[in-house]
Design a protein around this ligand. Structure first.
Ligand SMILES: Cc1cc2nc3c(=O)[nH]c(=O)nc-3n(C[C@H](O)[C@H](O)[C@H](O)COP(=O)(O)O)c2cc1C
Length: 213
């Protein structure tokens, strides 16, 4: 599909645990979106801790890459149009900056612009446990029109691998961005192979086995 007809999505990766989500999401988005990528300095620190792949594995998914200090980049302006921004994973520090409209790096500025332009902003927050500051900040972003989508995966689709867990969460992120897809199983729809006993939705607790490797 030519890039001009694709939805333009901004993906920001910040320094919270959860880089398999970022890589999986970027892989999914690159196939049907024009992906604009910003990785914070702390984001790269955590990437190097959590992912055995070189940074190019993430960078190569993007149509355009910006540094967090580039406050003159297109996503810093509301006149540059896009169809949604996702911060995945979103640290508590970036959550705080966005909740308080700081705009002091490109990620925080782009998120602020996304909210003021009434475009979809999804924050895939990752921290546990949460203090009252985190919770208040989540409420502020929600009140401003953003979506808090915590990186808390479900297990009802019977994941077998870390990749299965990441894909399911990323499917929910695509839903929140209003991107139509059939990339992940949905409850109540027969996308799972019903002949494969390991992939049947659980009828009772005794049948559940955990095979995460
Ligand atoms: C290995 C590692 C894991 C981290 N995990 C988290 C996390 O899960 N959640 C979080 O809020 N901060 C986490 N941090 C701390 C953030 O990286 C730190 O607050 C940083 O300032 C966030 O900056 P950023 O939002 O600009 O990326 C982690 C740091 C490191 C080094």
């Amino acid at each position: 599909m030519p890039h001009s007809k694709r939805k333009r999505i901004v993906l920001a990766v910040t320094g919270a645990s959860g880089m398999p989500y970022a890589q999986t999401l970027a892989n999914m988005l690159q196939d049907f979106c024009e992906l604009h990528l910003i990785v914070s300095n702390a984001g790269w620190l955590v990437w190097d801790q959590e992912v055995a792949l070189p940074r190019e594995g993430l960078l190569d998914t993007a149509f355009q890459v910006y540094s967090q200090g580039d406050l003159a980049a297109p996503p810093a302006s509301g006149s540059w149009r896009h169809q949604g921004m996702v911060v995945c994973p979103c640290s508590m520090a970036s959550l705080a900056a966005i909740a308080n409209g700081l705009g002091s790096n490109l990620i925080h500025r782009a998120a602020d612009v996304t909210l003021k332009e009434r475009q979809r902003l999804v924050l895939v927050t990752r921290e546990t446990p949460l203090n009252s500051i985190h919770l208040e900040n989540m409420l502020s972003v929600t009140r401003a029109g953003g979506v808090i989508l915590p990186a808390s995966p479900g297990f009802y689709h019977r994941p077998q691998t870390i990749q299965d867990i990441a894909r399911q969460l990323c499917g929910r992120i695509l839903d929140s961005l209003s991107l139509e897809h059939e990339l992940t199983p949905r409850w109540g729809e027969k996308l799972l192979d019903s002949t494969d006993p390991t992939h049947q939705l659980p009828q009772n607790k005794e049948k559940i086995t955990w095979n995460i490797v």
